[in-house]
Design a protein around this ligand. Structure first.
Ligand SMILES: Cc1ncc(COP(=O)(O)O)c(C=O)c1O
Length: 305
């Protein structure tokens, strides 16, 4: 069970046990939900949410792509997040806002159903484990491809897209790996089941473009800016699968995964098979920034009022 007491539902805080929706809600049947994964961190100046504005913008962008009119403003959803963090007395947390099509009628057309909004948050550690942050994970190339551009929009962080992520994740775990890395419909590298990917070779940092069916990751954007600040050259381009095998270092990024090194892919050792020096430098600065120990852009932290 998720350990949290109060959940924000359509503008009101409700008890954990009362935060329920009807089984005939559209979202359950047809995947019509749009969500974010956001983290707050305990900083020397108090608890702060990392890149709240960008997350809420992406949430509303996801809704726009699916013609979903949100009955709350961006500011009201941000206030809801603040309320949830305060009501649950959270400092370091994972925050989950979800906008979804609720219950009225049941058919494929979502436009006949109401739009509901919820926000929950809870304490959560390292997504792939503390050890993974230090020593790296073992990944496999998934046999599942990411969604092709003219099938489902990957710029939207939509609940339905995560059926693809679930197939990638389950296959990787079944095969004894920590994570799966999917190729796009053309066979180029796309992303992990819940993370963007960076590969380093000869001091240059490469990452797939978002046209490779990868989510427009907010951590991805932060890492690009951090790497540029550190003086690295960043190249966004198509990446063939075998480039991963000959990379010096690889790491995955995401709000949940933060900056997680990859030490093996398909049983092939990446670099020395451990966290590489460039990854460590970027990871180190990333953690300093989210924990409020270093400022690259003062708009990146929103302090809990
Ligand atoms: C499929 C997928 N790709 C990438 C990411 C990383 O995105 P972000 O850095 O915004 O958390 C996520 C996490 O939400 C994801 O689910």
């Amino acid at each position: 069970m998720i350990n949290t007491q109060k959940i924000w539902m359509d503008g009101k805080l409700v008890d954990h046990d009362d935060a329920k929706i009807h089984v005939l809600s559209h979202v359950i049947h047809y995947g019509s939900g749009f969500f974010e994964g956001i983290r707050s961190y305990d900083t020397p100046k108090g608890a702060a949410i990392f890149r709240l504005d960008e997350h809420i913008k992406r949430l509303f962008d996801s809704c726009k792509i699916y013609r979903t009119e949100v009955p709350f403003t961006e500011e009201e959803v941000k206030d809801g997040i603040m309320e949830v963090l305060k009501a649950n007395n959270l400092k370091g947390s994972y925050i989950r806002p979800l906008i979804y099509r609720g219950y009225a009628q049941l058919g494929v057309n979502p436009l006949t159903c109401p739009v509901n909004v919820m926000v929950s948050a809870w304490e959560w550690g390292a997504y792939l484990g503390e050890e993974a942050l230090k020593y790296g994970i073992k990944a496999q190339t998934s046999s599942w491809r990411r969604l092709a551009p003219n099938t489902m929009p990957t710029m939207a962080k939509a609940s339905g897209n995560y059926l693809s992520s679930q197939l990638i994740k389950m296959e990787a775990l079944e095969n004894g790996y920590d994570e799966g890395i999917a190729l796009d419909y053309q066979g180029n590298v796309s992303e992990g089941s819940g993370e963007n990917l960076f590969a380093i070779r000869d001091g240059v940092i490469y990452t797939p473009t978002i046209t490779a069916s990868a989510l427009v990751g907010i951590t991805r954007d932060s890492i690009i800016k951090i790497a540029e600040y550190l003086g690295y050259k960043i190249v966004e381009q198509n990446i063939p699968r075998e480039f991963l095998y000959v990379a010096d270092e690889i790491f995955l990024t995401g709000t949940a995964a933060e900056v997680t090194p990859v030490s093996f892919i398909d049983g092939i050792k990446i670099g020395k098979g451990e966290r590489g020096p460039v990854t460590e430098k970027i990871q180190d600065l990333y953690f300093k920034i989210v924990r409020g120990e270093f400022t690259l852009d003062e708009n990146w932290l929103t302090f809990i009022k």
